[in-house]
Design a protein around this ligand. Structure first.
Ligand code: FES
Length: 257
């Protein structure tokens, strides 16, 4: 199969960007979308042209590095998978495919399809950890966790921090990401001592980074490769309200918040 690609090219954040059209060479339909870009880049390099810059690492839906908007949808046409798990058989021979970077003020563009998502790291640094002593593995096994909480914590912990939720949201809100990170710790016994300081610190860092407010359109949940539920946002809002009422210092021990 062959496809026509309309790809966003931009030298850096200070240069103007625009779409460039490329005809792919003959492709195997079982190639992943990123392998297709590798093949296109090989051709560009052979012609002495600048290859298309794009982010990737694990290429198996784990690391959250891949970050393309394909035909207007973060991570492409399918639900519940990342860009790296999208295969060319999802497209028809001769299709025109539009490829853009994640667009949000808090994710400044670095080059072509690569954006800077360090704002997520700073939110994590503000409170997305446990600093109390949790003992060794046998200690953890001796602390009973209700099944419902354990399941919910694991659902939230699936977030790979890719930022598709931000890219899909008309307000560029990071609420789904922050809610997932707050909830997977806040649901477990080990996360209780810092539960309210954590949520306050992470929400305030999110606001400092310039992410927008949540207006519950659900676009984040719809594109999340791990199908994180909007319910976690409601849960985070409840914890944030309690944190404000408690008036605890927002600084989490060891954190930057
Ligand atoms: S490259 Fe790791 S999730 Fe896609």
């Amino acid at each position: 199969m062959k496809v026509k690609l309309k790809v966003w090219r931009q030298k850096n954040a200070n240069s103007p960007g625009g779409f460039k059209t490329y005809e792919s060479p003959a492709l195997n339909a079982n190639m992943s979308f990123l392998e297709m870009l590798d093949v296109v880049n090989e051709e560009l390099a052979n012609r002495g042209e600048e290859p298309i810059a794009f982010d990737h690492d694990c290429r198996e839906g784990i690391c959250g590095t891949c970050s393309l908007v394909i035909d207007g949808k973060p991570h492409g046409p399918h639900k519940g998978i990342a860009t790296c798990q999208t295969y060319m058989r999802s497209f028809q021979n001769g299709d025109e495919i539009v490829v853009e970077p994640f667009r949000a003020k808090a994710f400044p563009l670095i080059k072509d399809l690569v954006v800077d998502r360090k704002a997520f790291d700073r939110i994590q640094n503000a409170g997305g950890f446990i600093s109390v002593r949790t003992g060794s593995a046998p200690d953890a096994n001796s602390i009973l966790v209700p099944k419902e909480n354990a399941d919910l914590a694991m659902d939230a912990a699936q977030c790979i921090g890719c930022g598709a939720c931000v890219a899909a949201c008309k307000n560029a809100s990071a609420m789904l990401f922050v809610a997932a990170k707050v909830s997977h710790l806040g649901l477990l016994p080990q996360g209780q001592p810092e539960r309210y300081r954590r949520v306050q610190a992470m929400v305030e860092q999110m606001d400092t980074e310039g992410f927008g407010a949540c207006t519950v359109t659900g676009s984040c949940e719809a594109v999340c490769p791990k199908e994180i539920s909007l319910d976690f946002i409601a849960r985070m809002n409840r914890d944030y309200g309690v944190a404000l009422l408690k008036g605890e210092p927002k600084q989490v021990a060891g954190g930057a918040g």
